[in-house]
Design a protein around this ligand. Structure first.
Ligand code: PA5
Length: 421
């Protein structure tokens, strides 16, 4: 099994009988999460992320690969503008798997002049390819990114539109603009929401430009879907994880800390926070998701986890086999660290990981673990599918709509009144 869910000392937090009953009792509520959009289920019009026909056809994959190759050959830097769920998966996969020596810069996720200035300086005199990702072409941050980049390209190139791809809703203003100006247009399907778009065309172009196998990435998700459809629900790891969260939530554990021991997983943790916060945090319900990058954050947030309020549980993202091998140097400097010299860093990091789980569990922090065998495009595709299914199931369990996010509009109405007034 490429992806595994385990709950460390589960019986300490949920009695075996309660767990077994719960597994059986909630099956009816969550089974729709593995049936897919063909079935008549609630929110059927938002289940495009389960329908691989909508992700990318073979023709689209070929088109993406061809364009990516030409971008790598003819440009120095890729600038992507986008924010929130619409871009988080792209950032996560690039951070985990990027091998190509091709610079990728993110704009459109900030209103900070300093941040935007530093990006403009970084790309100065470089040949830039620009991708704008916006499901609704009204969000301010990517809108500002779009304005700055079209301005830059108009000033520095002859046919500026040739250097631009836009990913947006069909028949939207962005689509019309693309046709008027001559940008390449890629569809952001109505049936796939921003934070559920990670495996769709929305993410694929930037990934392919970064030399990441988009075929393997989609294959990972597809193969998990097949397994889920054939397998029994009680054995389904997404279901077990969703149910563990639900039982812990009912027992008052309403903070989930996504933790990892590899800094390159930070954006995956951020993607998890994005997915669960916007999907579940509504109607005064939901687990508050947050993240920590260990071992660094053990020297900060670790104190709270060990001895603060007993309201949280942790979900560890763990990779079993990693290629990078590094040994602690052996030398004669009397620095007091001779007890680790010659040891592999992976070995030390794994010991710290196991020690952390033991100490946090001793302090009554439930520790859930999601393990991937290894880190490659296939496994990341699988991981995203695992979490999206789990999030859908989990939202069904607490009875909220996982596909809207009305709450994020509240500050915007104040902001737009001031900006337009
Ligand atoms: O998950 C979501 O739907 C949101 O996080 C959106 O992706 C985010 O608000 C950006 O939206 P848009 O792509 O329309 O600018």
């Amino acid at each position: 099994m490429a992806i595994q869910f385990t709950f460390h000392h589960k019986e300490k937090y949920i009695a075996s009988k309660q767990w077994e009953d719960s597994l059986i009792r909630h099956q009816k509520i969550v089974e729709k999460a593995i049936l897919g959009s063909k079935e008549k289920v609630q929110y059927a019009n938002m289940l495009g992320w389960m329908d691989f026909k909508l992700f990318a056809s073979n023709e689209e994959l070929d088109e993406i690969n061809t364009l990516s190759k030409s971008i790598r050959e003819n440009y120095d830097v890729l600038v992507i503008s986008g924010v929130g769920g619409s871009i988080q998966a792209t950032l996560a996969v690039i951070q985990c798997l990027k091998t190509a020596d091709f610079e990728t810069v993110i704009l459109g996720n900030t209103l900070s002049a300093r941040a935007i200035n530093s990006i403009l300086k970084k790309i100065k005199n470089k040949r830039v390819y620009f991708i704008n990702i916006a499901k609704n072409f009204g969000t301010l941050e990517p809108g500002i990114g779009f304005r700055f980049m079209t301005d830059y390209l108009k000033a520095t190139t002859e046919c500026y539109a040739q250097h631009v791809s836009v990913i947006g809703t069909k028949h939207s203003e962005l689509h019309e603009l693309a046709e008027e100006e001559g940008f390449r247009f890629w569809p952001f399907y109505d049936e796939i929401g921003g934070r559920y778009s990670g495996l769709s065309v929305v993410s694929l172009l930037p990934l392919a430009i970064n030399n990441i196998s988009i075929e393997d990435y989609i294959e990972g998700a597809k193969s998990l879907q097949e397994k889920y459809r054939k397998g029994k629900l009680v054995d389904n790891p997404s279901y077990q994880y969703a149910l563990a969260r639900f039982e812990l939530y009912k027992a008052g554990k309403d903070i989930e800390l996504f933790a990892h021991f590899e800094p390159f997983l930070e954006h995956v943790a951020k993607w998890c926070v994005q997915l669960f916060a916007e999907s579940e945090g509504k109607e005064n319900k939901g687990i508050f998701p947050t993240r920590a990058s260990y071992s660094e954050d053990l020297h900060a947030i670790g104190q709270y986890v060990q001895e603060g309020q007993r309201k949280l549980f942790e979900t560890f993202l763990h990779i079993d086999k990693l290629d990078d091998q590094l040994q602690v140097p052996v030398n004669d400097v009397e620095d007091g660290f001779s007890y680790i010299e010659g040891k592999l860093l992976k070995e030390i990091n794994d010991i710290a990981y196991r020690a952390t789980i033991a100490a946090h569990d001793d302090a009554n922090v439930p520790c859930l673990v999601i393990t991937l065998d290894e880190l490659d495009a296939k496994h990341i595709g699988e991981l995203f599918y695992f979490f999206m299914v789990a999030c859908y199931m989990s939202s069904m369990l607490i009875d909220v709509n996982p596909f809207d996010q009305q709450g994020v509009e509240a500050y915007k109405s104040y902001m737009f009144t001031s900006l337009e007034g």
